[in-house]
Write a protein that binds this ligand. Structure first.
Ligand SMILES: Nc1ncnc2c1ncn2[C@@H]1O[C@H](COP(=O)(O)OP(=O)(O)OP(=O)(O)O)[C@@H](O)[C@H]1O
Length: 308
């Protein structure tokens, strides 16, 4: 039985991994429903990814003693169904930008357009998936049940059999066939993160926001998962916005890289990545790949910090 149980409600609210007040909000944190009732009419079909246009976005936070400008006049476009990475120094506003795109945070000024329309919570309900640095799997649910969770919340029109078939399909693509009945503590860190990626993709979000999803993994697992993520993403029409501190990771995965300055975060350069897909281990060793990574490293190293 994989319905959301009372135990799920209570333990989710205690898990602390996602800052939300109720189970509905907790589950919504993985699927971008944010406490709303999911759309029952939505079937698990490929939904067309939106184009996203960020215009003159600025975000300031008021603290007790001062005002912190996290983002300053940020503008760029994200093509529908593309993979965009954001790199930049710690504290330059990357996570803040993801929060704006998810609809949980309002900008101080500027606009975000989804398919030409202003971003609103309504627009992101049931449309946005998340993958965080830690997998945040529910320890009392099996692998299969964890993957089914987002569909239970965001795709309530699906039957249980449909949800299970879809979850099994994603787990198979991610190389986790045979582990469906295992619990999170019986999986390695890399396997857990694969489950969390399957969970985010299984409900076919139009947008997938990934906040340093591989940061906690060893290098080989990380490289394997990068290639697996590309395989999984190729099965979707999802627009991915991916935050990373790893320059090679950004170059391997992305169609466009946005390089940001130190806080207040401004766009230093928008870089198209021209390498054909599929991208593999060989791609990483190409001179053009290394040259592009070196260019981005230079931008981040030699640029004087921008002052507020
Ligand atoms: N709610 C808040 N109140 C006050 N300041 C905040 C708040 N949220 C973020 N900030 C500040 O905004 C800036 C940007 O934070 P953010 O988490 O977006 O950076 P980041 O680029 O994701 O950092 P990292 O790479 O270290 O994860 C930081 O200086 C942070 O301290």
């Amino acid at each position: 039985m994989t319905q959301i149980t009372v135990r799920d409600h209570i333990l989710l609210s205690q898990s602390g991994g996602v800052n939300a007040k109720s189970c509905r909000r907790q589950c919504g944190a993985f699927v971008g429903t944010f406490g709303s009732q999911p759309d029952r009419s939505v079937r698990p079909v490929m939904s067309k990814a939106p184009g996203i246009s960020i215009k003159n976005l600025s975000v300031s936070f008021r603290t007790k003693t001062s005002t912190v400008t996290a983002l300053d006049d940020v503008s760029f476009d994200i093509a529908p169904g593309s993979f965009l990475s954001i790199v930049g120094p710690s504290g330059c506003g990357k996570t803040t930008l993801l929060k704006i795109l998810s609809g949980v945070l309002q900008p101080t000024s500027g606009t975000v357009l989804f398919d030409g329309e202003p971003l609103s919570r309504l627009k992101t309900q049931g449309q946005v998936g998340y993958v965080f640095q830690r997998p945040l799997l529910l320890p009392w649910r099996t692998t299969l049940d964890n993957v089914m969770l987002t569909m239970e919340v965001a795709r309530r029109g699906m039957s249980r059999a449909e949800r299970e078939a879809e979850a099994r399909r994603w787990l198979k693509i991610a190389g986790l066939q045979g582990f469906e009945e295992r619990f999170p503590h019986e999986l390695s860190g890399g396997m857990q993160q694969r489950v969390s990626i399957c969970r985010a993709l299984a409900f076919q979000p139009r947008i997938l926001l990934m906040d340093e999803p591989f940061a906690a993994l060893d290098e080989i697992t990380r490289e394997t998962l990068q290639e697996e993520l590309l395989l999984l993403w190729a099965q979707t029409e999802t627009t991915v916005v991916f935050i990373t501190h790893s320059i090679p990771e950004a170059v391997l995965l992305s169609e466009q890289i946005v390089v940001m300055s130190a806080r207040p975060g401004r766009v230093l350069e928008r870089i198209p990545v021209p390498f054909e897909r599929p991208r593999t281990e060989e791609t990483r060793e190409r001179p053009e790949f290394l040259a592009l990574a070196s260019h981005i490293r230079g931008l981040l190293r030699h640029r004087d910090p921008v002052t507020a």
